[in-house]
Design a protein around this ligand. Structure first.
Ligand SMILES: Cc1cc2nc3c(=O)[nH]c(=O)nc-3n(C[C@H](O)[C@H](O)[C@H](O)COP(=O)(O)OP(=O)(O)OC[C@H]3O[C@@H](n4cnc5c(N)ncnc54)[C@H](O)[C@@H]3O)c2cc1C
Length: 366
């Protein structure tokens, strides 16, 4: 069977490496390397690299690598189209195009940096101090603000949040984040909606904020390839899938990672994260493998158990959550939190590495 996996992030890699290798597997990626996306804020802060060649991660597996940007999916013709015009046909498609920072607000694309611009941002910040404003009080915004404040003490760092920073944490978790932001000198402006980025800084619901550099860390958006192809998607463009990650509208297409809106029993729609994106991808590969062997695919089982936030290299919060992802008053703060978060990031990447030799080694909480 010809299986194409599009997107080589955490989800695409997990799925591609877990598929039975008797299939002809093609992995299509916009870049020739895997990016440890959960470390992009570290890259901006001076980490030398977060990339690993795909050729290294797939060596000896028989997976055929194609570098190119997917521009179209034609489910009726069972093919994908790349930006350079190449067309590739499939029997089964695994769609793993992930997500990216939504840059739709006025001026963001022109004047702001995002996590995806981490390397460029690092170069800019090493070029001399000034006022740096991070927009977004979610996990990514807080991780960026703290990491950058710690790495670049000659910059005055501000954080602009629509509500309060990381509202999804417990009271103890939030208190620790607030304390760390204060310790690192991050000026937090809460309850303020950023409306536009200008050459001078930021326009907000409460007036102008002057900044030399703006880092935009609003919500994530997904590619519109699935929607344009006619796949059933939700209001954010994430594909609707069944309990085996198969598109509810197109059974030859499985959708994994951030690109999929997975209904998790007792926890609602999947959160865009590696924490569930990798289990989703592994489960999809298991379903494809089972069906190709004429067996029934099992329904997805998963339970959230922690949320991790890094607060620079020496601080962090590990927040225990119930299976429905709601926080409880149990947190591991400080150095220990930073250490566990580091282990979690290493586990995610190590799982991708290990799957080259041990395809079914990745395990997750159920
Ligand atoms: C700074 C930061 C910190 C984070 N920290 C955490 C954390 O601590 N824990 C956690 O669980 N999650 C975290 N996340 C979220 C996590 O990174 C994502 O949820 C995860 O990467 C999603 O995996 P994915 O494989 O679905 O997508 P991605 O990792 O985004 O991979 C998608 C891949 O598809 C490729 N691609 C995209 N479009 C095309 C195209 N048209 N053609 C070909 N290839 C394409 C991309 O180049 C990429 O390789 C963080 C994110 C950021 C930005």
């Amino acid at each position: 069977m010809d299986i194409i996996v599009i997107g080589a992030g955490y989800a695409g890699m997990t799925a591609a490496l877990r598929l039975d290798r008797r299939h002809r597997i093609t992995l299509v990626s916009a870049t020739d390397h895997f990016t440890e996306r959960v470390r992009l804020h570290e890259l901006a802060a001076g980490r030398p690299s977060v990339g690993t060649p795909l050729a290294e991660l797939t060596r000896g597996t028989g997976i055929h690598l194609v570098t190119g940007r997917v521009t179209e999916l034609d489910p009726a013709g069972k093919k994908i189209v790349l930006a350079d015009g190449r067309e590739l046909g499939y029997d089964t498609l695994i769609y793993a195009l992930g997500s990216f920072t939504d840059t739709g607000a006025p001026g963001v694309a022109e004047h702001a940096y995002t996590a995806e611009d981490a390397a460029k941002l690092g170069v800019r910040l090493r070029g001399g101090g000034g006022r740096l404003t991070v927009v977004g009080g979610g996990l990514t915004g807080v991780e960026l603000a703290t990491e950058l404040a710690e790495a670049y003490p000659d910059w005055r760092v501000g954080l602009v949040a629509g509500g309060r920073p990381v509202p999804g944490l417990s009271r103890r978790g939030r208190a620790h984040v607030d304390g760390t932001l204060a310790r690192l000198g991050v000026e937090v402006t809460m309850g303020t909606r950023a409306e536009a980025v200008t050459p001078e800084g930021l326009r907000t619901s409460r007036g102008e904020i002057a900044a030399d550099v703006v880092v935009w860390a609003g919500s994530f958006a997904v590619a519109d390839v699935a929607r344009r192809a006619g796949l059933a998607v939700d209001e954010r463009g994430r594909a609707l899938v069944d309990a085996t990650m198969r598109s509810v509208s197109h059974p030859d297409v499985y959708v994994v990672g951030d690109a999929a809106a997975v209904n998790v029993p007792r926890a609602g729609v999947s959160r865009m994260s590696c924490a569930i994106g990798m289990p989703i991808a592994a489960h999809a590969a298991d379903a494809v493998n089972a069906r190709a062997r004429g067996r029934a695919a099992k329904p997805f089982r998963f339970r959230y158990f922690i949320q991790c936030v890094s607060l620079g290299r020496r601080d962090g919060v590990i927040q225990a959550v119930r299976r429905d992802d709601a926080p409880i008053e149990l947190v591991l703060p400080g150095r220990l939190g930073a250490w566990v978060k580091e282990l979690v990031c290493r586990y995610a990447f190590a799982s991708v590495r290990l799957a080259r030799r041990l395809p079914r080694s990745y395990v997750w909480p159920r």
